[in-house]
Write a protein that binds this ligand. Structure first.
Ligand code: NDP
Length: 297
């Protein structure tokens, strides 16, 4: 069998287009653009790339992008003050603090300072709680993007066996909550799971969010299963001195067995920013009291 390739890049481009399509009506109703503020502390090269891409995508969607770059020596209190300033700023609908932060800053304190109704990354404990009990809130962008791809591919997920490998607060746990809300039977696997291969082999849906290159092998996959690979791992490439990106799933092997699979790159990765824009659009409508039809986006 050769799996269908789930084209996250194309889906993300479509989602970004749909988000952009709602912006003119919002601007007309609210007399301002939806606004996203991004805080970047320090000069981590990967974070710089992410922040640049977010800025570009925000502008392309017709939204306002506010960037706050701060020196890595900034005190925790100064960062708290900046977040509070953005909480109070009416032009800002979404606040994103690019992680990781320098060691001397308590990430949890900074995330807890963000107004939950501007927390478009969905990391605030209030939004984690809303997700857990099924209330409206903001869901972390990467797992929500995975769910959108799954729904698009499979339609109704109810009753399917889903295995999420990884239990981080930003991917694994919210992913499991989302699948549970879709009435999947959900197993969360992690580094202490016994016989991971056997656990994964039961799954109709596998979501891999581990951070270990090609750890999940083709013979772990149930024939016909849908495989969502969140992993982004940089490994040595074929050419000396060059690197390439691979996922947490051994793609070539798994694609022989799975029914559908996301590639790396071009699968889950592009969904994250598209969902960030979607969450910002939703936040803008809620904050401005402008109606956005349920499930419109
Ligand atoms: P974390 O490091 O926070 O979590 C990794 C999880 O994998 C942990 O729960 C850990 O278990 C589990 N794990 C580690 N080793 C094993 C093992 N041998 N067997 C089973 N489980 C294991 O990572 P993240 O959730 O932040 O990210 C996961 C991957 O997704 C990374 O490659 C990251 O780069 C990528 N990513 C991609 C995004 C995107 O596409 N936009 C966004 C976010 C992440 P334990 O808890 O027991 O330690």
């Amino acid at each position: 069998m050769s799996a269908d390739i789930i084209d996250g890049k194309a889906f993300a481009a479509q989602l970004r287009g749909r988000v952009a399509g709602f912006v003119p009506a919002f601007r007309a109703a609210a007399r301002r653009a939806p606004g996203l503020a991004v805080i970047l502390v320090g000069e981590d090269p990967a974070s710089q790339v992410y922040v640049r891409s977010k800025h570009k995508a925000t502008i392309e969607a017709g939204m306002e992008s506010f960037e706050y770059r701060r020196d890595p020596s900034i005190s925790e209190q100064k960062l708290v003050d900046l977040v509070n300033q953005l909480n109070a700023d009416d032009a800002v609908d979404g606040i994103l603090v690019q992680l990781p932060l320098p060691d001397h800053i308590n990430e949890q304190r900074i995330i807890a300072t963000i107004d939950p109704d501007k927390d478009v990354d969905g990391f605030h404990v209030v939004n984690a709680g809303r997700l857990a009990v099924g209330l409206h809130g903001y869901v972390p962008c990467t797992p929500l993007g995975c769910l959108m791809l799954l729904r698009d591919k499979l339609g109704d997920l109810s009753g399917l066996d889903a295995v999420v490998v990884g239990r981080s607060n930003i991917v694994g746990k919210p992913m499991a909550q989302l699948l549970l809300a879709e009435s999947c039977t959900v197993t969360i696997a992690h580094s202490r799971t016994k016989d991971l291969a056997a656990v994964v082999r039961r799954a109709d849906i596998v979501v891999a969010a581990v951070g270990r290159p090609e750890m999940i092998r083709g013979d772990w996959i149930k024939p016909g299963a849908t495989v969502i690979d969140v992993g982004i791992n940089r490994v040595p490439g074929a050419e000396a001195g060059k690197t390439k990106l691979v996922g947490d799933v051994a793609y070539a092997e798994a694609a022989e067995v799975a029914g559908a699979i996301t590639p790396v790159p071009g699968g889950v990765g592009p969904m994250t920013i598209a969902v960030l824009l979607r969450n910002t659009l939703v936040a803008a409508h809620r904050r401005a009291g402008v109606l956005l039809a349920k499930d419109a986006i």
